[in-house]
Design a protein around this ligand. Structure first.
Ligand code: FO1
Length: 325
């Protein structure tokens, strides 16, 4: 069974870890793995050049989480991290003092940057870097073109990289909108359209609907491929009981005029029948009252527990999403 997941960083990473655990149970390969093929199409809009290194936060969050090497508390970066190099960079006033690059994390950025400098694409570099860990999931950057998300802030003449808005300003500066730099000439990376066309099931992870899933959908060709896909498309709400599970997705939703609710995000993604994305939408029991609204929008509402507290609850959520398919 081939499963393709549209994913951002932290929420997507936890969901993918649950999906892998669930499939190891339901489709065992006899040696602890799974016969199912899991492919994640990962947002690269958060990516940036910093101190000469190419940073790819969502790819790295997913890789570290699936490798069991992630900082479970912070939600990003490596467990057991140190910041000796970052302290030196601050001393030289190089880079962003508010954006911490851990020493182990810098190893990943050096490896990726050296591969890119050798002429490899981000797809090829990601394949080599993830090969170090036995992830059991194929990570595909959605595009190899540098399409970075910039935020249009208050005095509309100014934009800043999403990472500055997110980490320096904690999304507290009002965002008027988001711009994907150079998106009009971007193309899906190799393997992405095939992963959509050949999937038996397509899942939309509970990632930020604007700057993670929205940016994946914004790459030319992706929406069309999803519309034509034979697989059912099942999404998982990143909103529980009217608020975001983590991160600052509510600030992003407000910027595009979407209410922070499970049903508003479903309507934003749209029903497959109506030319949108979703066949079904998983919502938490706390939002069960919104099921009728979601169904009225032409999307099947599936009410299940959405909190991913640990691997077993994440696995159950993933199993519920597959069952909805
Ligand atoms: N998030 C923060 O809030 N502060 C940081 O200093 C920070 C550093 C960082 C370094 C590498 C990396 O891959 C991610 C990092 N993040 C940091 C998280 C990052 O902003 C998020 O993972 C996503 O980009 C937003 O979902």
């Amino acid at each position: 069974m081939r499963i393709t997941v549209l994913s951002g960083g932290v929420g997507g990473a936890r969901f993918l870890r649950g999906l892998r655990a669930s499939l190891r149970e339901s489709h065992p390969d006899g040696s602890g793995g799974t016969t199912a093929e899991i492919t994640a199409i990962v947002n690269t809009g958060d990516d940036m050049w910093l101190t000469g290194l190419r940073i790819a936060p969502d790819l790295d969050s997913i890789m570290y989480t699936l490798a069991g090497a992630n900082d479970e508390v912070r939600g990003w970066g490596r467990v057991g991290e140190s910041e000796r190099v970052s302290d030196e960079l601050r001393a030289y006033n190089v880079g962003w003092p508010w954006f911490t690059l851990g020493d182990l994390d810098i190893g990943t950025h050096l490896a990726r940057t050296s591969m890119l400098r050798d002429g490899l694409t981000l797809t090829e570099a990601t394949e080599r870097i993830t090969a170090r860990w036995d992830l059991g999931v194929t990570l595909l950057p959605v595009t190899n073109d540098e399409v970075e998300t910039h935020v249009v802030v208050e005095d509309a003449g100014t934009t800043m990289h999403f990472q500055e808005w997110w980490t320096r300003h904690r999304a507290a500066v009002t965002a008027l909108g988001f711009v994907q730099q150079n998106v009009s000439t971007a193309r899906p990376a190799p393997g992405v359209l095939a992963a959509i066309a050949e999937a038996d099931v397509i899942l939309v992870a509970p990632s930020n609907p604007v700057v993670s899933i929205g940016t994946v959908l914004g790459i030319p060709g992706i929406r069309e491929a999803l519309a034509e896909a034979s697989a059912p498309i099942i999404g998982v709400s990143p909103i529980i009981a009217g608020s975001v599970v983590r991160g600052m997705a509510d600030a992003c939703l407000a910027a595009i005029g979407v209410e922070t609710s499970a049903s508003a995000v479903a309507a934003h993604y749209g029903s497959r029948a109506g030319g949108g994305l979703l066949d079904a939408w998983l919502i938490d029991e706390a939002d069960a009252s919104e099921a009728a609204t979601i169904e009225a929008a032409g999307i099947r509402a599936v009410v299940v527990p959405l909190w991913m507290r640990d691997i077993p609850t994440s696995a159950q959520l993933a199993a519920d999403a597959l069952a909805a398919a």
